[in-house]
Design a binder for this molecule. Sequence first.
Ligand SMILES: C[S@@+](CC[C@H](N)C(=O)[O-])C[C@H]1O[C@@H](n2cnc3c(N)ncnc32)[C@H](O)[C@@H]1O
Ligand code: SF4
Length: 457
Amino acid sequence: MLINKQLLEKYNIPVPRYTSYPPANYFNEEFDYRQAVNLIEKSNDEEPQNISFYLHIPFCSQLCYYCGCNTHITKDRNSILSYVEILKKEILLYKNSLSKDRKISQIHWGGGTPDYLDIKSIKEIMHIFRDHFNFIEDAEIAMECHPAHLSFDYLEELVNLGFNRLSIGIQDFDKTVLNYVNRALPNLPVEEIVHFLHKKNVSVNLDFVYGLPGQTPESFRQTIEKAITVSPDRLALFSYAHVPWVKPHQKLLEQFHLPNAEYKTAMFEAAYNLLTESAYVSIGLDHFAKPNDELNSALNNKSLSRNFQGYCTRETTGQVYAMGVSGISQLSSGYLQNTKDINSYREHIEKGIFPFEKAYFLNENETLIGKIITEIMANRFISFDVIEKKFNISYEEILKITGLDINTLKEFEKEGLLEISEREISITHQGMFFLRNIASSFDPLLKNSKKQFSKSL
Ligand SMILES: C[S@@+](CC[C@H](N)C(=O)[O-])C[C@H]1O[C@@H](n2cnc3c(N)ncnc32)[C@H](O)[C@@H]1O
Ligand code: SF4
């Protein structure tokens, strides 16, 4: 067995996914707007200098019952067009606040379903970016797509606009599973989409979710077998996060049999074995890439990083400025989250003010903890020499700030999850499956927390 069963039972507990530190449910609604704007101004003088933009397009044509994203189900094209108009104004707000000599290294369109937008809207937005900002060479322009809305003409237009990374939500190739979860089927055969994009030098990621009703380890194995023949550059295998207290529609899936943790692990193991025995290497928690992919090179030289949009390399990572409802800006000194309400979003932007609803201003200790947690989650490695130097701090102070209990670390070591040498901690192959648990031992906020998180597996 790939994953130790006893450890699985012990560690399958609610822990944060650590896409940010602190996790988003710690962000505050009570904050000073001026201080939030200062955070953006201050970010101009902070590292990394590059700019990453995230655009949230919340619209979808149909609700997938497992969905944990921020979505609005609509068929009303006019309301989508009016949202695009507001988004364009929000870009200009950022243009006025960001220093002219900074360059865009990444634009990520997420959702919702960005490819539900008509191509004219995407063109208009991309032109605003091109007209008002400078780009680094080879900037990453990425979009999350639902294959139900993709046609070859649409894909061609995206390529012409500079999109060079597409992530396509497959979830499962099995139509029975897609029916259970109320998901629309792809408009084109996925292998043809991938082939078309590869001919245009576009990197392709495929998303899958395991733990959905109707899935079995064997059916999921077959889905991944098919995925391998399609040959994407990257794959993401997400463990279904069942959080009906946040997403009540997920209760609709409880009428079916939801696979338990053991069954889910068997699905993951079947997929993991297939992928790693073929042309893929595992990156972090749930991502896989071809060995020549830059994510793997970054992992090998310990320069992999992570933000809300997933794994990224240090070269392309910028501070993230998020636009659109619910978007979260990830700046060096804090986080700013936009309102989730489209009307309130519109009202703020029309008045020329940022639509922030929540904020979190990081202190030095939290920045240090965030750095350690990112190193664990992304590079599976901590060098205390590097941390001490970067933060000008001693080993003893690091222990005090993180509240790390050295016995917990020793227990992880005894269980074969990590190796401790004098100045370093390396996560082992087995430890890779428990990254969230290991990271949480460096998180002092979690110790007295009453917050709810999804289970780690
Ligand atoms: C914004 S969607 C991708 C684009 C498009 N809306 C689609 O569904 O194809 C982001 C991804 O999050 C994953 N996802 C959504 N809800 C999830 C959940 N509850 N648990 C785990 N993964 C989830 C899916 O794999 C999905 O592809
Ligand atoms: S999974 Fe994608 S398409 Fe389905 S509801 Fe969520 S965001 Fe929309």
